[in-house]
Design a protein around this ligand. Structure first.
Ligand code: ADP
Ligand code: MG
Length: 201
């Protein structure tokens, strides 16, 4: 098995991140944590690509629908439907409209616990409830209530893979193997070297 420091995750800066000139700010958040950028491209996704991306996890419809319904109920609001799959189908249609309207920036980040750490820094799906200090909590103000009122996807700046398995499938959808670069960062030694030999002169 590969060393934990080789874990990879996919991040996509969505149209609102690009249009609000937050590309640099978002990259910096992951970079300063110690993760290594190993692939990056700007592209305009097609609707087919968006559908393929969200359906790599066959459970996505149920999970996303359930999470949304729970979000409504936690606020004492009535969800638009009690059927999670039907709800998530509507979300996917709106995601197709959202993500094809502007370039996005797709990236692969590598490092120990890359998937979990990127999710932590990115914050929860609904910006209204995302923690302060996270990207979605600090830079945007959207909510399910607002996106539903207007019949659109919630705008939360970034996509980040949910699990290492999901990450592997998503990465292969966005990048060819030779677009991902294997290289060493000088600064990585202080994160991963066991003995730290050779630092003192
Ligand atoms: P995450 O991006 O946090 O992993 P999901 O995979 O559940 O969240 O959903 C994918 C994307 O779909 C979200 O980032 C968001 O843009 C949008 N979305 C999810 N749920 C809703 C919803 N109930 N209403 C509108 N948009 C939604
Ligand atoms: Mg997700």
């Amino acid at each position: 098995m590969a060393h934990l420091k080789k874990e990879r995750t996919l991040v996509v800066i969505k149209p609102d991140g690009v249009q609000r000139s937050l590309i640099g700010e978002i990259i910096q958040r992951y970079e300063r944590l110690g993760l290594k950028l190993v692939a990056m491209k700007m592209t305009v996704p097609t609707e087919e690509h968006v559908e393929a991306h969200y359906t790599v996890d066959p459970e996505w419809f149920r999970k996303t629908g359930t999470k949304t319904i729970e979000g409504y109920k936690a606020k004492g609001l009535t969800p638009p439907t009690e059927d999670p799959v039907a709800l998530a189908r509507g979300v996917l249609n709106n995601l197709k409209k959202y993500l094809t309207k502007s370039p996005v920036v797709a990236m692969v980040w590598e490092g120990a616990h890359a998937v979990e750490l990127v999710r932590k820094l990115t914050g929860g799906t609904e910006p209204l409830k995302s923690d302060v200090g996270t990207i979605r909590g600090d830079y945007v103000l959207d909510s399910y209530q607002m996106s539903d009122t207007d019949g659109r996807a919630v705008r939360n700046l970034v996509h980040a893979s949910g699990t290492p398995d999901e990450a592997a499938k998503e990465i292969s959808l966005w990048f060819l193997p030779d677009e991902i670069v294997n290289y060493r960062l000088v600064g990585e030694r202080i994160l991963y070297d066991v003995n730290l030999d050779g630092l003192l002169e």
